[in-house]
Write a protein that binds this ligand. Structure first.
Ligand code: HEM
Length: 448
C-alpha cells in the first residue's frame, strides 16, 4: 500500500517556528531529525527538555525506575481544575493507593461484563449516523462518551445529566491550549495561560454534575439497588492495604479522568481509523467482511473473529497515537546517553515520534495493518509501540479501549462505507489528543 504522504519535514527549526509548526500540523511540522534521533535536547533559559526515543531510556523511565521519574507538574495546569487529585495527575503513595482501588474494575473478567454496554453504544452510534458528508470526529466523540456513561454509570449519553456533562466537556476542551506546549516547549511559569476563566467555569460545572451522579450512586449502593457497573465496582472496592474506599470527592476526581481520558482518546483513534479505511478501500472491505460475519448482537467471544480489524486499529494507534507525548521529570541527576542531566529536567516520551521512527519501523509512514502479523512487526512493536504508555503507570483503560475500538469499528463498517472527500484530507494537530484541525470529513453511504 502506498503511504499517506506527510508534507516534507523541515530538517531544523528555530524554537519560535517549532511552536508555530507544532500548532499548525503535528505530522509534517516535526523536524525530520526527531524521527531518526535516539534523543534530542531542547535547552531554554528556564529548563531543559529531553525527547527520548531510545527504547532503553524509555524502559528506564516507564518500567524499570518509574518512581524516579514522576509525572511532570507542568503538564496538568489547565487539567488540574477539572481533574483535582485524579489518578492521572497524582504521584507516589497517593497514586499507588488509587491504582490499587481502580485497577480491579478494568481487569479482563470485568471487560466481559461491560461488553453488552459497549455493544449498545455501538448500535446507537450506527443508528445516529446518516449518509452524506459527515464530520466524523463529532460522531466518534459522541459514541465514545456514550460508551463511558453506559459502562461507568449504566446510563446512555441521551440521559439528561450525561448529555449535559458531554456538552460541558466540549466547552472545556475549547478552552484548553494545545497539549504539552507547557511541558514540552519552554513556556515559563509566568507565561499567560489561555482562557482561564472559561476553563474554570466549565470545570466547575462538570464537577457539579459528576458529583450529583456519584452521590446518587453512593445512596444506591447503601440501599442495595446499585447496578453492577464500573462506578459501583470502584466505589465498593477497598484498598487491600488500608481497607479504605474512595470518598465522594476523590471518586469525582476519578470519574472526571475516566470521562476525559476514556472518551477523547477513543474518539480520536476511531476517527483516524475510519479516515485510514476511507483512504484504503481494500482494507475497508476486509474489515467489512469480518464485521459481516458477526451475529446481529455480537458477544464477547465474537471479538476473536475480528483479527484484521484489530490490526487496523493497532496500525491506527501507531500512525495517530491519540496521546502524542507524555512528560516526566527526573527526581535525581541522571545520565542520559552520556549526558549528565540535573534533576528537574523534562523527560518527553513521544509515541508520535517513536511510532514513526525510521530506525525502528520499516516504511514508518505507511499504513500497513498486515505488518502486525509478521515477526518483524512484532519485534518493532516491542521497541517502538506504546500508545497506552508502559510500566506500572500504563493506561488503566488499555484493554477496555482495545475492545471498544475494534468493536465500534466493526459495527460502523458493517453498516456503512466510508470514503475520502477530495480536497478535504484532515491535518493532524495536537489538542488534548491528536485531532484534525478542521475535523475529519468523510463521505458516508449505507452498505447495500
Ligand atoms: C485508544 C484509547 C486510549 C489511549 C490511546 C490511551 C492512552 C493513555 C496513555 C498514553 C496514558 C498515559 C499518560 C501519561 O502517563 O502521561 C493513559 C493514562 C490513563 N488512561 Fe488511557 N488511553 C485510552 C483509553 C482510556 C480509557 C477508555 C480509559 C478509562 C475508561 C482510560 C483511562 C486512563 C487513566 C485513568 C490513565 C491514568 C493512569 C495513571 O496515570 O496511572 N484511558 N492513557
Amino acid at each position: 500500500m502506498t503511504p499517506p504522504k506527510p508534507a516534507s519535514r523541515p530538517d531544523r527549526v528555530t524554537l519560535r517556528r517549532y511552536v508555530r509548526l507544532f500548532r499548525a500540523d503535528i505530522l509534517s511540522a516535526q523536524p525530520a531529525r526527531l524521527y531518526r534521533a535516539w534523543m534530542a535536547e531542547f535547552r531554554t533559559p528556564f529548563f531543559r527538555s529531553y525527547l527520548c526515543n531510545d527504547p532503553a531510556l524509555i524502559a528506564r523511565v516507564l518500567t524499570e525506575r518509574p518512581d524516579d521519574f514522576p509525572k511532570s507538574g507542568r503538564i496538568g495546569e489547565g487539567l488540574r481544575l477539572l481533574l483535582g487529585q485524579s489518578v492521572f495527575v497524582t504521584n507516589g503513595t497517593q497514586w499507588k493507593r488509587q491504582r490499587r482501588i481502580i485497577d480491579p474494575a478494568f481487569e479482563g473478567g470485568r471487560l466481559r461484563d461491560t461488553f453488552p454496554a459497549m455493544v449498545a453504544a455501538g448500535q446507537a452510534a450506527v443508528a445516529r449516523l446518516h449518509p452524506g458528508e459527515v464530520e466524523i470526529e463529532a460522531e466518534m466523540s459522541h459514541a465514545a462518551a456514550d460508551v463511558i456513561f453506559r459502562t461507568l454509570f449504566s446510563i446512555p449519553i441521551d440521559h439528561g445529566v450525561a448529555s449535559a456533562v458531554f456538552a460541558e466537556f466540549r466547552r472545556y476542551q475549547r478552552t484548553q491550549p494545545i497539549l504539552n506546549l507547557a511541558a514540552f516547549l519552554p513556556l515559563p511559569r509566568w507565561f499567560p495561560r489561555f482562557h482561564r476563566r472559561a476553563a474554570k467555569e466549565a470545570a466547575r460545572s462538570i464537577r457539579r454534575l459528576i458529583t450529583d451522579l456519584t452521590e446518587a450512586r453512593g445512596r444506591a449502593i447503601v440501599a442495595g439497588t446499585a447496578p453492577d457497573d464500573l462506578a459501583t465496582k470502584i466505589m465498593t472496592t477497598a484498598d487491600p492495604q488500608t481497607g479504605e474506599t474512595f470518598g465522594t470527592e476523590e471518586m469525582v476526581d476519578q470519574v472526571a479522568i475516566f470521562f476525559l481520558a476514556g472518551h477523547e482518546t477513543s474518539a480520536s483513534a476511531l476517527s483516524w481509523a475510519l479516515y485510514l479505511l476511507a483512504m484504503y478501500p481494500e482494507a475497508q472491505e476486509r474489515v467489512a467482511a469480518e464485521a459481516l460475519s458477526l451475529p446481529d448482537v455480537p458477544g464477547f467471544a465474537d471479538l476473536s473473529r475480528l483479527k484484521f480489524t484489530r490490526d487496523v486499529f493497532r496500525e491506527t494507534l501507531r500512525l495517530y497515537p491519540p496521546v502524542p507525548m507524555m512528560v516526566r521529570q527526573n527526581a535525581q541527576t541522571e545520565n542520559l546517553r552520556g549526558r549528565t542531566v540535573p534533576a528537574g529536567a523534562q523527560i518527553v516520551l513521544s509515541p508520535w515520534h517513536l511510532h514513526r521512527h525510521e530506525r525502528i519501523w520499516p516504511q514508518p509512514d505507511a499504513f500497513a495493518p498486515e505488518r502486525w502479523q509478521t515477526d518483524e512487526g512484532r519485534t518493532c512493536a516491542r521497541d517502538g509501540f506504546m500508545p497506552f504508555s508502559a510500566g506500572p503507570r500504563v493506561c488503566t483503560g488499555a484493554g477496555f479501549a482495545m475492545v471498544e475500538g475494534v468493536l465500534l469499528l466493526a459495527l460502523l463498517v458493517r453498516s456503512f462505507r466510508f470514503s475520502r472527500l477530495a480536497g478535504r484530507d484532515p491535518v493532524p494537530v495536537a489538542h488534548l489528543t491528536v485531532r484534525a484541525s478542521d475535523g475529519i470529513w468523510l463521505g458516508v453511504e449505507r452498505r447495500g
